[in-house]
Design a protein around this ligand. Structure first.
Ligand code: ADP
Ligand code: GN1
Ligand code: MG
Length: 353
C-alpha cells in the first residue's frame, strides 16, 4: 500500500493512509494529501475479477459517459490516472490498484436510517439505469461471467455439494434442502433473458445501499459507486438486489433469524423511487421486478452457502460461520417474500399504473 500512493497523479503529497469502508470484495483505503485532498485507493480483488483490463475499460467508459452528462461534480465516480496515464498501477506482487476522487460531504450507509434514505438509493440506481439507457450495453465486458445466471449458480452449488471439501454439508441439511426445493423455479428470469422477452440493459448488478453515496447535508442521492460488476443485464437484477439488502428488516449477517423479513413499507418506498426515476422500463420488465427481488435473494443465499461449503474462499468473513449466517438470513428473507408474494406483485402493478 505504501508504494501505491506514489504512483498516481494526486493533488499534493500523501500524508496519511488508512483502511476504509466495509466492502466484501476489494481492499479500500482512504489517502489524504498535504493539499487537503482525499482519495479512495483500491486494490482490486484479482481472484474475483480475472479480467481487470476489461473491468477498468467498463468503468472508464461508464464514468466518462456519466461525467459528461451530470452537472454535479460528485454525480459520478471519477477515476484518477496513474503517473503513466493508465487507470491502474500494478504492484510488485502483481496486484492492481486504482484511485478515485473521494466523494466529499457524503454518506454511505450500511442500513437505511430512515425510509427516505432507501428512497434516495432507489433514485440513484433508477437514474443510473436511465442515464445509461443509450449507452451501448453490448460494448461492455462481462466482468464476471454468468454473475446473475441463477441456474448456473445452482450448477456451481451442486459441484460444491458433491465435493463437500470440508465435510460441512451434513451440518447444513436444512439450508441445502431449502435451496434444492426452489431450484426448478429459479431459472425464470434467465429463461426470459435467453428468449429475448426482456431487454438487456446496462446494469450495476450489486445495488446495495452501501454502493450509493448520499449528500451528507441534504441526504439526497449523489451517485452510484462500486462499478466493478457493471455489465449487460436485466432491470430486475438491480431492483431485486436492492430489495434484498435495503428492504430487509435485519442485516445480511444477523444471527437471530426471527429478526429477518421483508419490510413491505420499505419495499414500497424503494419501488416508488425506482419507478419514478427509471421511466424507460417495459411492462414486462416492471412485472418481473418482484421476481427479481425473490430470485436475487435466493441466489445470494445460495452463493453464501456455496462459499461456506467450499471453505469461505470468495466472500470475506469475520467469524467462522459468517457465510452460513448470511445464507440463513437470505433464505429466511426468501421464505418471507413467498408469504408476501401476492402483496409484492400487487404493489408493483399499482405503482406502475
Ligand atoms: P467493495 O467492492 O469492496 O464493496 P466499494 O467500491 O463499494 O468496494 O468501496 C467500499 C466502500 O468505500 C464503500 O462502501 C464506500 O463507503 C467507500 N467508497 C468507495 N468509493 C468511494 C468514493 N469515491 N468516495 C467516498 N467513499 C468511497
Ligand atoms: C459482494 O462488493 P460488495 O460487498 O458490494 C458481491 C455481491 C453480493 C454482496 C453480498 C462482486 O458485494 O454480488 O451480493 O457481496 N459482489 C461480488 O453482500 O461478488
Ligand atoms: Mg461495495
Amino acid at each position: 500500500m505504501e508504494e501505491a500512493v506514489f504512483h498516481f497523479l494526486l493533488d499534493g503529497k500523501p500524508v496519511s493512509c488508512r483502511r476504509y469502508g466495509c466492502g466484501h470484495i476489494n481492499r479500500t483505503y482512504l489517502v489524504k494529501t498535504d493539499a487537503g485532498r482525499r482519495y479512495i485507493f483500491q486494490r482490486i480483488n484479482s481472484l474475483v475479477f480475472p479480467d481487470i483490463k476489461g473491468l477498468m475499460e467498463n468503468i472508464a467508459a461508464v464514468t466518462g459517459f456519466l461525467a459528461a452528462r451530470v452537472e454535479e461534480p460528485r454525480g459520478s465516480l471519477r477515476l484518477v490516472p496513474a503517473l503513466d496515464g493508465a487507470w491502474v498501477w500494478v504492484d510488485g506482487e502483481g496486484e492492481s490498484w486504482r484511485v478515485y476522487d473521494f466523494i466529499e460531504d457524503s454518506l454511505c450507509l450500511q442500513q437505511p436510517e430512515r425510509p427516505e434514505d432507501l428512497y434516495e438509493s432507489a433514485v440513484a440506481f433508477g437514474c443510473f439505469q436511465n442515464q445509461l439507457s443509450d449507452f451501448p450495453a453490448d460494448t461492455l465486458h462481462e466482468t464476471i461471467k454468468d454473475f446473475h445466471n441463477t441456474p448456473d449458480r445452482y450448477r456451481k452449488f451442486h459441484l460444491a455439494l458433491e465435493a463437500d471439501a470440508l465435510g460441512r454439508a451434513a451440518g447444513v441439511r436444512e439450508e441445502i434442502d431449502f435451496a434444492l426445493k426452489r431450484e426448478a423455479a429459479a431459472g425464470a428470469l434467465q429463461a426470459l433473458r435467453e428468449d429475448g422477452s426482456l431487454p438487456l440493459r446496462v446494469t450495476h448488478n450489486d445495488t446495495k445501499l452501501n454502493n450509493v453515496m448520499l449528500d451528507a447535508k441534504t441526504r439526497k442521492a449523489l451517485c452510484v459507486i462500486d462499478l466493478d460488476t457493471v455489465m449487460p443485464g436485466l432491470a430486475a437484477y438491480d431492483f431485486g438486489d436492492s430489495i434484498r439488502f435495503g428492504a430487509a428488516t435485519a442485516a445480511e449477517d444477523e444471527k437471530n433469524l426471527d429478526k429477518m423479513g421483508l419490510d413491505m413499507s420499505l419495499y414500497e418506498t424503494y419501488a416508488r423511487g425506482y419507478l419514478h426515476s427509471c421511466r424507460s422500463l417495459t411492462a414486462l420488465e416492471k412485472e418481473t421486478l418482484p421476481l427479481g427481488a425473490k430470485l436475487m435473494t435466493l441466489e445470494c443465499g445460495l452463493r453464501f452457502l456455496t462459499d461456506y461449503l467450499e471453505g469461505d474462499r470468495y466472500f470475506a468473513i469475520a467469524r467462522p460461520e459468517h457465510n452460513l449466517d448470511r445464507a440463513r438470513t437470505q433464505f429466511r428473507l426468501v421464505a418471507d417474500m413467498e408469504k408476501k408474494w401476492d402483496g409484492m406483485r400487487a404493489l408493483i402493478a399499482r405503482s406502475a399504473e
